[in-house]
Design a protein around this ligand. Sequence first.
Ligand code: CP
Length: 311
Amino acid sequence: MNFNPKHILGIQELSAEELTFILDTAESFKEINTRKIKKVPTLRGKTIVNLFFEASTRTRTSFEVAGKRLSADTINISASSSSVVKGETLQDTAQNIEAMHPDIIVVRHGASGACHYLAERLNCSVINAGDGTHEHPSQALLDALTIRQHKGQIAGLTVAIVGDITHSRVVRSNIYCLSKLGAKVRIAGPGTMLPPGLDRLGCEVYRNIEDAIRDADCVMMLRIQRERQGASLIPSVREYARYFGLNEKKLTLAKKDAIVMHPGPINRGVELASSVADGPQNVILDQVENGVAVRMALLYLVAGGEKLQQD
Ligand code: CP
């Protein structure tokens, strides 16, 4: 198979075959990250702009590392230090950057649909690094790669995702990705953080963590996204931790060899007890490590993949 999309805007529009091809490509890049000299000339001469309108540690750094390891020129722009603070619009900012002829713009923005909006207006490629509460495709792909690494396959597994479902772009991308790859996805959170219609996406919905994680192969915990909430959706953080936080006792409900995942950043003691976050079942830093390989794969495929060798 050959798959060279112009943009990566979401998991919803990708097929199981395309997702598997991206994961296989990422797998082939993993080895570069453990070499003594972690650099290949694949994207030499390409320019990648990381345009982040929201805070990020993992996504922005790993897109930058991924681009650099492929020898692309990478430039980071954060809204807080750009002319966005002077009132420049998203479209004007992006069009001005495009005038400098980048090949790919990686965008994180607080508005759902911002990446689609730019993809329709720019000539260069756009990769979604998280748009509002809509999608975070590279996160779901690195999660899938991590599950495959630890469990051998994704089809037939039960994956429980627990937390602030309403405000999570990670959960939406994961529901699409894991369902397409054949996993059973269970979702759980307080009623105020569960949007209606989730069952139509093919997942099972629970109002308590215990039922959701019982006999699960993977437990993925999500952070409460206070920056996206209006009025408080929970009586108190302490109460949330008690009823929806994952501790060692609750984790015994999942399969003995279940893995514990978190996209980060973790609110320790809220959704995840430190003993679990640092415990033997956690694969959280494997997720981060796989994030570099997945982003290398996305940059490579969007830039042309095998066709690059013919240029
Ligand atoms: N998981 C994730 O998107 O982390 P950052 O916000 O640090 O990029």
